[in-house]
Design a protein around this ligand. Structure first.
Ligand code: PHE
Length: 343
């Protein structure tokens, strides 16, 4: 009898240690232990050799062994549903989840999106265009013919393979392309990256970003330009901001004006950022030159319009308190992740 007890104990140890990686292995377990010729049956068959006075005691032991084996089989079946071993019973659902790092928006994108959303509320649509442009869309159509001295205002990168191609120096090329489509009225803003051959320093870079705008319809006047940009400045820099226009020159607008806002850091008192003037220069603007309209097939006697353009880097430097423009393009995550909670 001792031998039978030992056998049962050995079987239990083997069963306990058994694991099944799939349903097939669980089925093999069933056949080996619980099948019609299985080991459980064989062990049960030993009952007949047990002396009568021990039958009750052994009956219990054998029954318990059978139940133990059946329970193990149930467990194997459960854990291999769908042909895969489930680790469900090993997972602690109360553990906190893994921290998945979330990306952040680039400060230039944040600033661009802010500007876009203000103009969108005034009914401006976003338009985009190519960064590699031909001379005509970047210069000539904008009333800047070849050899015009004003081309010097924007030092240009040309593409070696084709002297007619260049990296756009402003996003005004998009405005030309929109005007050529001939669908009027036009009310667009044009965000994008632009390139100029300038020495890279803390204050300037060989590429930067702009948002330009264009509004063309019948009877658009300088008063519309002023109101639009005034609304923009108040939304962007706060309702107590003051604006002023200074006469300026751009070949594609006439008259032209640059717009300043009162320095938001010193509130006009004069500080290092505004170079003690109390004013910050933020954009160029003007009424679209009649030559530009006719270059694009629009009748300047019927339509008028205004345009403006501003850089994104400078306001972003001011808003986020950054002192080096190069940080924007170095892609250092230690810099970029600081804008996690900005919008
Ligand atoms: N295109 C000009 C620039 O890049 C900005 C501008 C746009 C000025 C429209 C006036 C009107 O400097």
């Amino acid at each position: 009898m001792q031998e039978l007890l030992k056998q049962i104990q050995d079987h239990k140890t083997e069963i306990e240690a058994f694991t099944a990686i799939d349903e097939k292995a669980a089925e093999e377990f069933r056949i080996k232990w619980l099948g019609t010729k299985g080991l459980v049956k064989t062990i049960m068959g030993e009952m007949k050799n047990v002396p009568n006075e021990k039958k009750k005691e052994f009956g219990q032991i054998l029954n318990e062994f059978k139940q133990f084996t059946e329970a193990k089989y149930e467990e194997l079946k459960q854990s291999t549903v769908n042909g895969q071993q489930s680790t469900a019973s090993n997972i602690d659902l109360t553990l906190p989840g893994d921290n998945i790092p979330v990306g952040t928006r680039h400060p230039i994108s944040l600033m661009t999106n802010r500007i876009i959303s203000i103009f969108q509320r005034l009914g401006f649509a976003v338009a985009e265009g190519p960064e590699i442009e031909d001379d005509w869309h970047n210069f000539t159509a904008l009333n800047l013919p070849e050899h015009h001295p004003a081309r010097d205002m924007q030092d240009t990168f040309y593409v070696q393979q084709n002297p007619d191609w260049l990296l756009r120096t402003h996003t005004s090329n998009i405005q030309i392309r929109e005007m050529q489509k001939g669908k009027l009225p036009i009310r667009i803003i044009c965000p994008g990256r632009v390139y100029r051959n300038e020495t890279v320093s803390a204050r300037s870079h060989c590429f930067f970003h702009q948002v330009e705008g264009l509004y063309i319809d019948e009877n658009v006047s300088f008063a519309d330009l002023k109101q639009t940009l005034y609304f923009f400045a108040k939304e962007m820099y706060g309702s107590d901001v003051k604006i002023r226009f200074r006469p300026s020159y751009f070949p594609f607008t006439e008259p032209s004006a640059e717009m300043d806002i009162s320095c938001m850091l010193c509130k006009g008192a004069g500080c290092n950022v505004c170079k003690k003037t109390g004013w910050l220069e933020i954009l160029g603007s003007g009424m679209v030159h009649p030559n530009v309209l006719s270059n694009c097939g629009i009748d300047p006697n019927k339509y008028t319009g205004f345009a403006f353009g501003m850089g994104i880097e400078r306001p972003a430097l001011l808003k986020y308190g950054i002192n080096d423009i190069r940080l924007f393009s170095e892609n250092d995550v230690r810099f970029l992740k600081q804008f996690m909670n900005y919008y």
